[in-house]
Design a protein. Structure first.
Length: 165
């Protein structure tokens, strides 16, 4: 996986460094925002901790998460907006915090996409020769009883090669 702080350091040596956990938290926000097509997301802290644990294998407490969120906010990557309202009985009701991606995070995303594009451009020919062509040759040599069976096998190969359903 690409490390954000490495890209930041190569782009600008004066950019503040963020920890690996903060990188992963920022990756989670970038992913959630890209899924919704908005510049903000509102996962609960429990959900962020769960994603860190299941996807990245990082186990942290809520207090540690808040340290990292504060660091991301201080470095200008995110802005946190607490969502509070009064209930009918006058008690305060806490909703999940709104996390807004700032320009710095968007610029970082563009840098990452450029880096990924350049890397893919360099290694595409190697990927085609080593991975794709042997599988396509094996697929072409198979015999199928129907077009539907061939389509299913082709979709399975596509899913296996690209990782996309």
């Amino acid at each position: 996986m690409l490390h954000i702080s490495r890209c930041l350091r190569t782009a600008n040596p004066y950019t503040p460094r963020i920890s690996r956990v903060s990188e992963k938290i920022l990756e989670i926000f970038l992913y959630l925002c890209s899924q919704s097509g908005k510049d903000y997301c509102w996962p609960s802290q429990e959900k962020i901790i769960e994603i860190l644990n299941t996807v990245h294998g990082i186990s942290i407490s809520r207090r540690t998460l808040n340290y990292h969120l504060r660091a991301l906010e201080e470095h200008g990557f995110i802005r946190r907006i607490r969502r509070i309202k009064k209930g009918k009985d006058g008690k305060i009701i806490f909703n999940s915090t709104l996390y807004c991606l700032l320009d710095k995070a968007r610029k970082l995303l563009k840098k990452l996409m450029r880096f990924i594009y350049r890397s893919m451009k360099k290694f595409t020919h190697l990927w085609k020769e080593v991975v794709l062509e042997p599988q396509i040759e094996a697929f072409g040599s198979q015999e199928f009883s129907s077009q539907e069976e061939r389509n299913k096998a082709g979709l399975a190969l596509l899913k296996e090669v690209t990782g996309v359903a």
